[in-house]
Design a protein around this ligand. Structure first.
Ligand code: NAP
Length: 302
């Protein structure tokens, strides 16, 4: 482990597990704010920039939990969160194996609401607390610390974590008990995906009609039909830039989560199912690691 350089010893010790597109800048904000930071990433090399800035690099999620009062996680999907929190059957290397009574685990991933409530119950068995705290605002929001963060869990635990969450986002809201944060995020993802499909179909018509795509985008984005997607992602799609902020495969995963949660509540969401069909098609085209703006490829040749 490398030693910290600018940590403030009166602040809680923080851990961050999962240093991908989102996790790395988010962990960086906590380090910059003076929190003593221990990090873990499955692919260790991705931890190097934070190590160079003064973070300790641990060898396992368990070691992060042992070294921290508040442990953040930010991984891909429900089974990945279970892997880092619960560890393997033969390998007691999960957060749960190192967490101390009174510690707080804050999950910034997007996973199934049912996974969040299950993990909360298991951590409670160890005397630790859990907040499901998924985010929205994209890579840009993570870098600029302007994310919206929707938090499920005990209100008093939320208040304890709030100063740290405010380092990561502009809008931080307690939305209910464990699972409510992830359910709110599922609702967010339904809206985002449908807006993306609408953007793709609208641009498909503009292109087929021979309109100037950028001029069309500019005028419709400025009126009642405008959306975050038209403002932020359509310019990239029109320019043929499909590098990921938010990967298409993750959006597809989030639609699966939302549809499963709706089905469990006996709810049919036909428009969301159409969006899922389009994103599944994009993934089947081999574009899972491209940005969600690549959805236009299912409608026209960019
Ligand atoms: P990403 O760049 O692909 O990063 C995923 C991270 O999870 C990596 O650090 C990866 O480790 C780790 N990971 C995955 N499976 C793991 C496992 N089984 N064990 C240990 N570590 C594992 O993805 P991202 O864009 O940062 O997204 C992270 C989460 O935030 C996802 O749930 C996503 O839906 C959500 N989200 C993303 C955005 C966005 O705009 N990107 C916005 C809001 C929410 P390796 O480095 O070893 O692969």
């Amino acid at each position: 482990m490398k030693s910290t350089t600018n940590a403030n010893s009166s602040l809680p010790r923080v851990g961050y597990i999962g240093l991908g597109i989102m996790g790395r800048p988010m962990a960086g904000h906590l380090l910059s704010a003076g929190y003593p930071l221990t990090v873990f990433n499955r692919t260790r090399i991705k931890a190097e920039p934070l190590a160079a800035a003064g973070a300790r690099v641990a060898d396992s999620p368990r070691a992060v939990a042992e070294a921290s009062d508040i442990i953040f996680t930010n991984v891909t999907d429900s089974p990945d969160l279970e892997a880092v929190i619960l560890g393997g059957a033969d390998e007691p290397n999960g957060v749960i194996d190192g967490v101390r009574p009174g510690s707080i685990v804050v999950d910034n991933s997007t996973v199934a609401p049912a996974t969040a409530t299950r993990i909360a119950a298991l951590l409670e068995g160890k005397g630790a607390h859990f907040l499901d705290a998924p985010v929205t605002g994209g890579e840009k929001g993570a870098i600029e610390a302007t994310l919206a963060i929707m938090v499920g869990g005990d209100e008093k635990i939320f208040q304890r974590a709030l100063p740290l969450l405010q380092r990561l986002g502009k809008t931080v809201l307690h939305v209910g008990p464990n699972g409510a944060g992830q359910m709110t995020k599922a609702i967010n993802q339904i809206l985002g995906a449908i807006h993306l499909c609408a953007m793709a179909e609208a641009l498909a018509l503009a292109k087929a009609a021979g309109l100037d795509l950028e001029k069309t985008r500019q005028i419709v984005a400025s009126g009642a039909a405008g959306s975050w997607m038209l403002t932020n992602l359509a310019p990239r799609a029109i320019a043929g830039d499909f590098r990921p902020g938010f990967k298409a495969g993750l959006q597809n995963k989030d639609l699966r989560i939302a549809l499963e949660a709706a089905a469990q509540l006996g709810l049919d969401l036909p428009v969301t199912q159409l969006a899922r069909r389009d994103f599944q098609r994009l993934v089947d085209m081999g574009c899972a690691d491209e940005g969600t703006q690549a959805i236009v490829k299912t409608k026209w040749n960019p």
